[in-house]
Design a protein around this ligand. Structure first.
Ligand code: ADP
Ligand code: MG
Length: 617
């Protein structure tokens, strides 16, 4: 029977160090935070061999009294916290009093410090947890700490170190976060004697972003600043054109501390919904300030994760700020004529949706769109709409008067066709032409605008659908004779499970047994498109998901799918009236710069660029 015994303190330290110190970058993080807490205005970081050989941090902060030096290396010894009550009002980056003890346990550390009001300072070394006695030291006021041979006495961890380049990458990231979090701080980073970054104290946040991420990012930012109760959000969000393949460019700081927060990251992504392709991530630098008692930072050893008192309120605060800020911008993608600039972000989405989400020319010949030759953009003149301010609303009310009329129709008899959307008349003087039966080109005061007809129409229908569902004015087409739709047993079950949600979108579904369901109604927006084929698309979508998304997501996805279905396609020739109607709607609807899947609907080739390219300036 093994006996229980207390662990020697050195073993305890090594175990604790495992939590806080994962790699050289963790040491850099802890030391930088200590310097900030000491009130330093300048911090110099020197690294050798990715930090495996040496990490040196020199600051001009308050220093440490000679008699306190040994305590700095003791576990749970800190100058930043006195009572348990203080834990709920933390204003410093550190407070656990564990970092130096941990680092001292797994490296050879020299700590030198001198308070500003002392004539001399002192130094002490700590090797694998063994402290030397303190000696006099005559350096500049502040603190200087050298960490050599990290993990020298924990060979397994030392073996896990990656190449110096990789470790240096992690260190640079830590350095970047701190530099962004603390403008006014003069910071330098050197690796193997070479300058990596020099950030002057005078560099503001925007300069710093430019320094770390280049002008491509710095010049595509929109400032945000908003308060709600005691919460304040500020910083920058980037144009959707700055999108990335992962969330690394989403910097979030809470009370001056970089944090990772899945919920707020999600709020940010949701705010960009419809502006980014599936699987792409927004860029943002957001600073959230909250009273310390609204947040618990003591939930994670490295304090990278925190717990909010009211996470829900913060979620909608962040979502709302970002969403509204994006709305204020004209987000029409600019076409840059020079080949050195990245082409606009037209990229195919990852295929985690049905493939007919994307309008491709081939769609016209797909069996799903057998009657695709009939464009559902219908034009009914309604004079004077443009003069009534928000044209779309006056147009809405006209359609609204028809809303309670549910038109009956015999299944299969598509001739008695009901025109679901009424468009406003063409704007006087809009010069637009259709090219390749897919693009509309028009002249605007800003320049030449090229519109993807499908993407734009899709966005317009999507917004209309959304509004009608919200207002309960969705038009539904009932089938006098319900149409049987044969599905797999699993698909039939899925669609019956979601019967209520489908009904809200206009789809009436009843069980017929044996994998067959009866379609009793469909959204009138489909016009002449085959409702059965569109319904099969919806069912495919429902059963493609292993786990059903939230109701909101489901709706949004289904709406964009229906809009995609009902919209004109690439390959559909349009009449002059239809072209003008589409262009007029673009002016009136929200968010028309991107389709619901985040593809741009229009590209602007600015007059200025045209002039420049033709050397007219
Ligand atoms: P914590 O930061 O959680 O207090 P640390 O182990 O990181 O714990 O540091 C222990 C103590 O050493 C700090 O509370 C502080 O008093 C002192 N100290 C560490 N680094 C510095 C520094 N660069 N300048 C001044 N004091 C420091
Ligand atoms: Mg600390």
């Amino acid at each position: 029977m093994p006996r229980i015994q207390l662990l020697p303190s050195l073993v305890i330290t090594k175990i604790a160090a495992g939590e806080v110190i994962e790699r050289p970058a963790s040491v850099v993080k802890e030391l930088l935070e200590n310097s900030v807490d000491a009130g330093a205005t300048r911090i110099d970081v020197d690294i050798e061999q990715g930090g495996a050989e040496l990490i040196r941090v020199v600051d001009n902060g308050c220093g440490i009294l000679p008699e306190d030096l040994p305590l700095a290396f003791a576990s749970h010894a800190t100058s930043k916290l006195a009572t348990a009550e203080d834990l709920f009002h933390i204003g410093t980056l550190g407070f656990r009093g564990e970092a130096l003890a941990s680092i001292g346990g797994i490296a050879r550390v020299t700590l030198q410090a001198r308070p500003h009001d002392q004539d001399s300072g002192a130094e002490i070394t700590c090797e694998g947890g063994k402290l030397s006695s303190a000696r006099d030291w005559n350096g500049a006021p502040g603190t200087r700490i050298e960490v050599r041979h990290l993990f020298y006495n924990t060979p397994v961890r030392r073996k896990f170190l990656r190449s110096p380049g990789t470790e240096m990458g992690h260190i640079s990231e830590i350095f970047t976060r701190l530099a962004l979090a603390k403008p006014n701080l003069h910071l330098t980073l050197r690796h193997n004697g070479k300058d990596v970054y020099e950030v002057p104290g005078s560099a503001g946040l925007l300069d710093r972003i430019g320094l770390f991420f280049g002008p491509e990012v710095r010049d595509k930012l929109y400032p945000v600043e908003r308060c709600q109760g005691p919460a304040m959000l500020s910083g920058f969000i980037a144009d959707p054109a700055c999108e990335r393949g992962n969330a690394k460019m989403q910097y979030l700081f809470l009370n001056g501390r970089w944090i990772r927060d899945r919920s707020l990251g999600h709020a940010l992504q949701e705010a960009y919904r419809g502006l980014l392709m599936t699987g792409r991530f927004a860029t943002a630098f957001l600073f959230l300030d909250l009273p310390p008692d609204q947040v618990d930072v003591n939930v994670h050893p490295t304090k990278a994760e925190v717990r909010f008192r009211d996470g829900h309120a913060l979620y909608s605060f962040v979502f709302g700020c970002v969403r509204e800020r994006l709305r204020e911008e004209k987000l029409t993608a600019r076409l840059f004529p020079t080949s050195t600039l990245a082409s606009p972000q037209v990229q195919e989405p990852k295929s985690n949706g049905p493939n007919w989400f994307q309008a491709r020319p081939e769609e016209a010949s797909s069996p799903l769109f057998s009657d695709a030759g009939l464009p559902p953009v219908t034009f009914l003149p309604s004079p004077g709409v443009k003069n009534q301010g928000s044209g779309i609303r006056s147009q809405e009310s006209e359609v609204g008067s028809q809303r309670s009329e549910v038109r009956d129709q015999v299944a299969g008899n598509q001739e008695s066709h009901y025109q679901p959307w009424v468009y406003s008349p063409p704007q006087a003087g809009v010069k637009a032409i259709q090219l390749y039966d897919a693009y509309l080109v028009l002249e605007t005061p800003e320049g030449m605008l090229v519109i993807d007809q499908h993407a734009l129409h899709e966005r317009i229908l999507f917004e209309q659908l959304k509004r009608r569902i919200r207002e309960g004015t969705l038009e539904i087409q009932r089938l006098l004779v319900p149409e049987p739709v044969e599905l797999s047993a699993e698909q039939a079950a899925r669609s019956l499970e979601q019967r209520d949600a489908l009904a809200q979108l206009g789809w009436g579904v009843e069980d017929f047994g044996g994998g067959t369901v009866l379609l009793t109604s469909y959204p009138a927006i489909l016009g002449k498109r085959s409702p059965v084929e569109a319904f099969k698309g919806v069912v495919d979508f429902l059963s493609a998901k292993d786990r059903l998304p939230t109701r909101e997501q489901l709706f949004s996805d289904l709406l964009s799918l229906m809009a995609c279905h009902a919209a004109v396609r690439a390959g559909d020739p349009l009449t002059q009236e239809e072209i003008a109607a589409l262009v007029a709607l673009r002016e009136m609807a929200d968010d028309t710069h991107h389709c619901p899947h985040g593809r741009p609907t229009s590209l602007l080739f600015s007059k200025h660029d045209l002039d420049r390219q033709f050397r007219r300036t």
